[in-house]
Design a protein around this ligand. Structure first.
Ligand SMILES: Nc1ncnc2c1ncn2[C@@H]1O[C@H](COP(=O)(O)OP(=O)(O)OP(=O)(O)O)[C@@H](O)[C@H]1O
Ligand SMILES: [Mg+2]
Length: 471
């Protein structure tokens, strides 16, 4: 079983409460029985004294046999020298006349009796009660004292649970917050409302998060600076290669082409590194602009349309939500374009690429479906790793999806890559961003404007769709 402070506290406190309740129950039961026994003894004594003070005449001289309820006490009055009692509430019962004065317990007619004997020179008064009747009375009375505790016990246990839960709630909240801390979410844990005992703990975690954020930021800045610094000499190299082109002799053209594509690859790597560094940069402000995704999807399709057309790839957008997302247009565009560029790059000639943007709950999802080779299931969990490439036959830096992940994570969205599940080979790559405005909060005026927007988006997408498909 997992070691849980809450479980340990609940179990320990519950055992303590139950043990205290049992101890209290046993002692109150026994004390009550003893008290009841003393009361019943006192009653026997009082009745005997009253008989002695002249109340004996109230007993009928010849009571009917068996007329007395078994719970009642039996009173017998003797005159010394006489065989039969002078008065008795139950003449069939012969109490031992030689019993000790005061209280005693005797066996009579096969039953145990508690007897009070009052003896004086002229009279012997005995008042007796069955021990079984006394036991029953004592038990019933003692048991009745346990009821309040039996009712209170579950209430106290419930209160214990509630107190433990409430006391540790803040700790659970902090645990959840700490779970959400990763390289893209390095916010300090909130200290408001944290119990004083936990403050040093939360303080040291926050200092650690700060140090981590500083070192990640330093690393990011280094990558960004290095990529930036490399860009200038690479551009110069590119220019020189362009100038050299006419002077390359025919036999060296092939090798020169390789040199140029090497320069182009390095250029692409630098661009991706810069994009990654930018995507990894922390958010500077809490408010982000609202972005129309449909326009970005249309742009992404337009960008690749010439290549797609040349390769006979049928590319088009279907469903197109016009909701706005809470993320900057530049970043959303980088994420969408990376997915579209992957789809075009990895889909063989004559394939199909479908795009759609749809709102689900508070998120807007952009989905890119292709008919490429897909990705081996065992490699899927690694596609978002930096520099990971599942297919070495096609050129790439292995940074595109890391950039997509960093961008979506930064704005509270998700990036998902899975193989198609409709029987065709290919990838479904999707990114989500939170809506700029929660769906329930939309005013009718905004909704109307967006309806207009849908038609506009459809008009904008349709020509590209047809063009791509016709090509
Ligand atoms: N649509 C796709 N179909 C098949 N494989 C894909 C697809 N998208 C990505 N992959 C695989 O996932 C790997 C990682 O993709 P990612 O976009 O991160 O890098 P890349 O495309 O190689 O390089 P870059 O995008 O930086 O130019 C790719 O190398 C490729 O093997
Ligand atoms: Mg890519």
């Amino acid at each position: 079983m997992k070691h849980s402070l809450r479980n340990n506290l609940v179990i320990a406190l519950s055992i303590l409460v139950i043990a205290a309740a049992i101890a209290q129950g046993i002692s109150s039961y026994q004390l009550c029985r003893a008290g009841m026994s003393a009361l019943l003894d006192l009653r026997l004594e009082q009745v005997a004294v009253r008989m002695h003070n002249g109340f004996a005449d109230s007993i009928p001289a010849t009571p009917e046999r068996g007329s007395q309820p078994s719970r009642d006490i039996v009173i017998t009055i003797h005159r010394p020298g006489s065989e039969v009692p002078l008065r008795s509430t139950d003449p069939s019962l012969r109490l031992p006349e030689d019993a000790d004065a005061g209280l005693s317990s005797e066996q009579v007619n096969g039953e145990r009796w508690r007897i009070y004997t009052l003896r004086d020179p002229g009279t012997l008064i005995q008042v007796a009660q069955r021990s079984s009747v006394r036991d029953q009375l004592e038990r019933e009375t003692a048991l009745s004292t346990l009821w309040p505790m039996l009712v209170l016990l579950p209430l106290v246990l419930g209160a214990v649970l509630l107190i433990v839960y409430r006391s540790l709630r803040k700790m659970n909240q902090l645990g959840m917050e700490a779970q959400g801390v990763d390289a893209s979410h390095l916010k300090p844990l909130p200290v408001a409302g944290v119990p004083t005992e936990l403050l040093p703990f939360v303080g040291s975690i926050n200092r650690m998060i700060e140090r981590l954020a500083q070192s990640i930021e330093a690393e990011r800045k280094f990558i960004a600076d290095a990529a930036h610094e490399l860009r200038t000499p690479l551009t110069a190299l590119q220019l020189q290669a362009d100038n050299l082109q006419p002077h390359i002799v025919a036999g060296n053209q092939e090798r020169f082409k390789e040199l140029r594509s090497g320069i182009a690859r390095s250029g692409a790597l630098i661009t991706q590194l810069l994009r990654l560094a930018r995507a990894d940069a922390p958010l500077v402000s809490d408010t982000v602009e609202a972005t129309d995704v449909s326009k970005i999807v249309v742009d992404a399709v337009s960008d690749v349309l010439p290549i797609a057309a040349a390769r006979g790839i049928d590319i088009g957008a279907e469903e197109m939500s016009t909701d706005k997302v809470a993320a900057p247009a530049a970043d959303v565009a980088v994420a969408v374009k990376n997915l579209v560029s992957n789809a075009v790059r990895y889909t063989p000639d004559g394939g199909t690429i479908d795009l759609c943007a749809r709102t689900q709950g508070n998120m807007l999802w952009v989905e890119v479906r292709d008919t490429g080779p897909g990705i081996a299931p065992e490699l899927l969990p690694r596609v978002f790793d930096r520099f990971f490439r599942a297919n070495l036959d096609v050129e790439g830096t292995g940074l595109g999806l890391s950039i997509v992940k960093a961008i979506t994570g930064k704005y509270g969205g998700e990036a998902v890559i899975r193989n198609r599940s409709d029987g065709r080979s290919g990838i479904v790559a999707a990114v989500s961003f939170p809506l700029a405005e929660a769906p329930a909060a939309k005013s009718p005026r905004v909704a109307q404007k967006q309806n207009g927007g849908v038609a506009e988006a459809e008009r904008a997408v349709a020509p590209h769709h047809l063009h791509g498909r016709d090509a």
